[in-house]
Write a protein that binds this ligand. Structure first.
Ligand code: HEC
Ligand code: HEC
Length: 468
């Protein structure tokens, strides 16, 4: 908001729209553990909280439609979308912070990637560890049709909704009547009778043949209905937001705000925070209120042969997202001519993208073990050990990240960093975990529910217990 716009509003309204973002802290409020930080380093701490509003998604016209979110919520646990009975919630389990606790996700088979949490996913700029999708809704087709994940197909997806009276009523209330071309008509074959998806890979040849045998109007109508359903998943996922953390309470206290609580962050976590924004260099990639630059970096984690990274990651993702008919610039996007859609068209392959993964958000991280794109680290201690020693990283040559160097921390310092990471998980149960339909999906953090919920140890907040 511009300052002139602000001047025309009452001060209070302005403050609500643009939360206090003061860049400096009164030094008398700075606790001893942070006293050595420079103003610039303290400013990095202030950027961690509060989070602004969740970004809008113009590519999804029903992103904020509660009926669409309700349809997405129902489909999220629907086992009929997969011939093997696997629902989204198998890998994104509401009881496990919308992850699954496994190193590698398991659907029909074992995938090559760890299931990320879906909490706060609407804040991401790219989706998937390698950013293979440029919108949240387009992402959902991948697990649905992937033979290793759900093994379903878009024809079955549309049929399940068409033939279930309640789901169909929900769909039609949002998107209008299903076109006649999608119904089983007297005297002609039901276009949705057989599983079909347009995938030419060897595994899917039967599906692909059936897809090719459908007439063009049927295929177009199936794709349009599919995109609508994907957008309903997107609307639901926007309601999965994490609540306030001990760190948020602490930063509010630094700002001198009434809801703040300096004691929310124990001394060990404060020392970890100080390292995070200074000597340990974490903030260089894990920055801002989501602890991510939303960009891609190669940490050089070696692959199965123990020598070099073997997952092309961002390099392959760039090709994929450009060719994806469901991308932002595609016919089914509701905002085709945005700067981001144009940027996707302009993406180029280049060697340095090899092995790059998206910097993950660290909010809720204590709830989502194991860690990294392949779940190779079981605990936060293991992750910090990695950054401390860079054991298990290939020599970071011209493809690697120059900012990473072994930190050589003491045992206490490693524990401090871990304790800080534990303070980034919500105090109250995340709003998305509730099982009731989201009557009014909240798009901001739920209030913490009590007034003195701060814990002396953030380890009590996060839980490795979620894995047992
Ligand atoms: C077999 C397990 C599995 C199933 C089933 C599954 N997912 Fe996922 N999901 C994953 C994995 C693994 C990733 C990361 C993929 C990657 O990076 O290549 C992921 C990524 C995502 C992301 C991107 C998250 C981010 O941070 O970028 C979203 C959104 C998502 N899934 C939604 C869904 C929806 C909706 C469904 C059901 C239609 C679903 N998933 C079904 C395992 C699964
Ligand atoms: C050069 C950018 C960069 C820096 C600096 C960096 N990280 Fe990361 N971090 C990443 C990327 C990229 C990943 C994901 C890597 C992967 O999955 O292969 C990651 C993953 C993580 C994870 C695992 C999250 C999850 O959900 O699996 C944690 C925890 C983490 N980093 C903490 C830290 C800490 C603590 C520091 C400072 C000591 C740090 N990072 C420094 C880029 C960085």
């Amino acid at each position: 908001m511009s300052s002139s716009a602000c001047a025309t509003l009452v001060l209070l309204a302005c403050a609500t729209l643009a939360p206090a973002q003061s860049a400096t802290v009164a030094r008398d409020r700075v606790p001893p553990e942070l006293a050595t930080l420079t103003d610039e380093e303290l400013a990095r701490v202030l950027k961690m909280s509060p989070r602004g509003e969740q970004p809008t998604d113009p590519s999804n016209r029903v992103a904020d439609d509660t009926r669409a979110a309700e349809l997405g919520r129902k489909l999220f646990t629907d086992t009929r979308l997969s011939p093997a009975g696997i629902a989204c919630a198998k890998c994104h389990d509401p009881a496990r912070a919308f992850a699954d606790g496994l190193p590698l996700a398991r659907g029909i088979g074992e995938t090559r990637r760890n299931s990320p949490t879906l909490l706060d996913v609407a804040r991401r700029r790219w989706f998937g560890w390698d950013g293979k999708f440029d919108s949240m809704w387009s992402q959902a087709l991948s697990p649905l049709e992937n033979p290793v994940e759900m093994g379903g197909d878009r024809t079955t997806l549309v049929r399940v909704i068409r033939d279930d009276a309640a789901l169909r009523a929900n769909y039609e209330a949002v998107f209008g009547a299903m076109p006649a071309v999608l119904s089983a008509r007297e005297g002609s074959a039901d276009p949705l009778a057989l599983p079909a998806r347009p995938d030419a890979s060897a595994l899917d040849s039967a599906h692909a043949k059936r897809w090719a045998s459908l007439d063009a109007p049927s295929r177009d109508a199936i794709d349009t209905a599919t995109a609508n359903i994907l957008k309903s998943f997107g609307a639901y996922e926007r309601t999965l937001v994490s609540g306030p953390t001990p760190l948020d309470r602490f930063v509010a206290a630094l700002r001198g705000e009434s809801g703040g609580d300096a004691a929310a962050l124990p001394p060990s976590a404060r020392r970890g925070l100080a390292m995070f924004v200074s000597s340990a260099g974490c903030y260089q990639c894990h920055r801002g209120a989501s602890f991510t630059d939303e960009e891609f970096h190669a940490l050089g984690l070696v692959g199965a042969n123990g020598k070099v990274p073997d997952d092309p990651a961002r390099l392959a993702a760039v090709e994929f997202v450009k060719a994806n008919p469901f991308n932002l610039a595609g016919a089914l996007s509701d905002a085709r001519d945005t700067p981001k859609a144009n940027m996707v068209k302009g993406l180029r392959r280049s060697g340095e993208l090899f092995g790059q993964f998206r910097t993950p958000s660290l909010r809720s991280v204590a709830l989502t073990a194991p860690y990294m794109h392949d779940g190779r680290f079981a605990t936060l201690e293991d992750v910090v050990h990695f950054y401390d020693t860079l054991d298990g990283a290939a020599s970071l040559d011209h493809h690697g990240e120059r900012v990473l160097a072994p930190l050589g921390l003491s045992e206490t310092q490693r524990a401090d960093l871990v304790e800080f990471l534990r303070c980034l998980s919500p105090i109250a149960p995340e709003s998305g975990a509730k099982t009731d339909p989201p009557a009014q999906p909240s798009r901001t953090s739920a209030p913490a529910g009590g007034n003195s919920l701060h814990s002396p140890k953030c380890s009590d907040v996060g839980d490795d217990g979620a894995r047992s």
